[in-house]
Design a protein around this ligand. Structure first.
Ligand SMILES: Nc1ncnc2c1ncn2[C@@H]1O[C@H](COP(=O)(O)OP(=O)(O)OP(=O)(O)O)[C@@H](O)[C@H]1O
Ligand SMILES: [Mg+2]
Length: 224
């Protein structure tokens, strides 16, 4: 489902150039749940963002669902971002003034889904993450755990094959962390492919495989 071949990414700060991802190759099967761990600054978010088509590698190739994303037009990349990928972030990135329903509706509006179908999808997604009761409430009035469940519902709205999560439990207490991790595990069992960045070895245990990055290089792969 996801294949990286010899992916390298450098960032330039003034006159110094640092290699943040150094010749990384990895393959993630359809339905696999992979945790990406490593110290702060090891390149986890950079790698996730390249797979998520938010950043572009300097060299190497990334295939999503069998297609080389480097050879795609901007329109094709946007199509993959909207339909094949669902994103979950540590800091949520919700529209705080919008209610839960409207936040989940956003990706469906971008994809021009008709109104009746939107309503049905939003209800299903709210039910899946158990947030239906808060449908009309502005995001700013929700707890951290509730916000992250709204983010998961929003990520699921277009029924993507792949879920990309960057520290989804980074701002949550242990009770909400467990709830979010169980939701991700349930999505994985339902056939979604999941790549999750985490600092927590406890959260990584929910995954099928743990990949460790160090200074932009994969140093360890632990398949359970
Ligand atoms: N846009 C950028 N410009 C310059 N340097 C960057 C940029 N983005 C990331 N970096 C650098 O690349 C390195 C890896 O960053 P990245 O965010 O991928 O690390 P991370 O493993 O996700 O860390 P954390 O656990 O703290 O989130 C860091 O040294 C960071 O400063
Ligand atoms: Mg990061």
């Amino acid at each position: 489902m996801i294949t990286c071949r010899n992916v390298t990414k450098r960032f330039r700060n003034g006159n110094t150039e640092t290699t943040v991802i150094n010749d990384v190759s990895l393959h993630i099967e359809k339905g696999e749940f992979v945790a990406l761990t490593g110290k702060s600054g090891s390149g986890k978010s950079t790698l996730l963002n390249m797979i998520g088509l938010i950043e572009v590698p300097d060299s190497g190739t990334i295939d999503i669902a069998g297609s080389d994303t480097g050879r795609m037009t901007d329109i094709q990349r946007a199509e993959i971002r909207n339909h094949k990928l669902g994103y979950i972030f540590q800091s949520f990135y919700l529209e705080e003034r919008y209610n839960v329903f409207r936040n989940i509706e956003m990706p469906l509006l971008i994809s021009d889904v008709p109104k009746a179908e939107r309503k049905k999808r939003i209800s299903e997604c709210m039910e899946y993450v158990d947030i239906s009761e808060k449908s009309g409430q502005p995001a700013e009035t929700l707890s951290g755990g509730e916000k992250q469940r709204v983010c998961i519902a929003r990520a699921l709205a277009n029924d993507p094959d792949i879920i990309l999560a960057d520290e989804p439990c980074g701002n949550l207490d242990s009770v909400n962390t467990e709830r979010v991790m169980e939701l991700l595990r349930k999505l994985s069992d339902a056939g979604k492919t999941i790549l999750m960045v985490t600092h927590s070895m406890e959260d990584a245990q929910y995954a099928d495989r743990i990949i460790t990055l160090r200074d932009g290089v994969i140093t360890d792969e632990d398949r359970k």
